[in-house]
Design a protein around this ligand. Structure first.
Ligand code: AMP
Ligand code: MG
Length: 395
């Protein structure tokens, strides 16, 4: 989304068991040390034969022997005979096709083939799926359930994948108390740390909650120094223009190079991005909704890029506004919305409450409707971009 985030290089790799690799990006080309399937085998329960022995419908052949799945080194098929075979059984040498049992009438020791056999039919040739020496899974690919199956079939037990980003989450503000303490007069519970940790986990990252910091330079310095070494630092609060908004200034005084501060967007205008050594720093606003929306738009794509899962973080589709909208020009608005598919049309209905402090409006939406900066009036049905956070509802 932003030039400064696009060049994020994936984190180093680690070798992990399948379960831990799921949803992560491969950091290796998976080279097949064997072919798949490893031997010619039957695709059907039926009869293996030479196609020329049943060139016309109605041929009758003696059944020489039976080959079950798992059979080791079946005998060669005598000329003019067939073999009873089951799905996955190795094809006896000499046979070049299989006929499914539904097309065969078995009569004691012989079998009658209702239709002409076709060479190659219902045979899975060794290596047709994966040729030995080829790389069926590539570096950068997503490890999904199918990739795990393929790797297991190739005899692997682990995969080399990019490390999950380690994210230090720091809430700042004199009014905050941790969730396990009673809030006194003028105090509120720190909810952002937990919402952002959840958002990190949802993005495939490993969050670490730092002890929160009050609005003083000393407290911020102390807290920030414990974030050193994290791949990403996410702070909330203190990045706006108030006298007590010190996060950015303290970050800078500790050596963070600020790439941008303030984006022409709503919610989330004060969002800040910088680099502190090899740590990417995101200073998010304190308002709970602003924190989550800016996380979605800035932090999530960066976490995915660090995890080696570049490319778009979410589907972005054209959608129709379900309710008319009036706005000031200047800022791009990201409205929490519910999406709905109606035939081929996608609709987005912005939540009624777009207040960036309202915690109830930080949940229960599955899309962000993007109202362009220059727009002032959008009628019902106007086309806008919708960032989908979940599949749209139907009807
Ligand atoms: P700030 O960005 O520091 O000006 O904070 C904006 C608003 O968000 C204020 O009303 C803060 O009380 C609130 N806020 C800041 N940090 C948090 C937090 N960690 N959890 C919940 N609300 C917060
Ligand atoms: Mg504050």
């Amino acid at each position: 989304m932003l030039a400064s985030l696009a060049d994020v290089a994936p984190l180093p790799a680690e070798r992990v068991a399948f379960r831990g690799a799921l949803g992560r990006a491969l950091a290796e080309d998976l080279v097949a040390e064997r072919s798949l399937p490893p031997f010619d085998n039957s695709q059907m329960d039926g009869y293996a034969l030479r196609a020329r022995d049943a060139a016309r419908s109605g041929a009758r052949l003696p059944v020489a022997f039976e080959v079950a799945a798992g059979a080791r080194g079946p005998a060669a098929l005598p000329p003019g005979a067939c073999a009873r075979v089951f799905t996955g059984a190795p094809l006896p040498e000499g046979a070049d096709c299989v006929e499914m049992q539904e097309e065969v009438e078995r009569d004691g020791a012989s079998a009658r083939f209702r239709r002409a056999a076709v060479a190659g039919r219902f045979v899975r040739r060794a290596g047709y799926d994966v040729a030995r020496g080829s790389a069926p899974l590539r570096r950068g690919g997503l490890v999904d359930a199918g990739a795990v199956g393929l790797a297991a079939a190739l005899g692997r037990t682990e995969l080399l994948v990019h490390r999950r980003p380690r994210v230090a989450v720091l809430a700042t503000g004199d009014e905050l108390v941790p969730v396990d303490r009673v809030a006194g007069p003028g105090q509120i519970q720190d909810s952002n740390s937990h919402a952002l940790a959840a958002a990190c986990a949802d993005a495939g990252a490993d969050p670490v909650l730092l002890p929160m910091a009050g609005d003083s330079r000393a407290a911020l310095r102390r807290a920030l120094s414990s974030a050193r070494g994290a791949d990403v630092l996410v702070t909330t609060g203190g990045v706006s223009v108030g006298d007590r908004d010190l996060t950015r200034a303290v970050l800078e005084s500790m050596g963070t190079r600020i790439d941008f501060w303030r984006v022409a967007m709503r919610p989330g205008k004060p969002v800040t991005f910088g680099r502190w050594g090899r740590t990417a720093v995101f200073g998010l606003p304190g308002n709970p909704v602003s924190a989550l929306v800016t996380f979605e738009l800035f932090v999530r794509p960066a976490l995915r890029a660090l995890a080696g899962l570049g490319g778009p973080s979410r589907p972005v589709l054209a959608a129709r506004l379900a309710t008319a909208q009036v706005k000031e020009p200047g800022l791009t608005w990201y409205l929490r919305a519910r999406s709905r598919r109606d035939g081929p049309a996608l609709w987005v209905e912005p939540l009624g409450n777009q207040s960036s402090g309202a915690l109830t409006s930080a949940t229960g939406f599955d899309a962000l409707a993007v109202l362009p900066a220059a727009a002032t009036r959008l009628r019902r049905g106007a086309l806008v971009e919708a960032i989908l956070l979940a599949p749209p509802r139907q009807g």
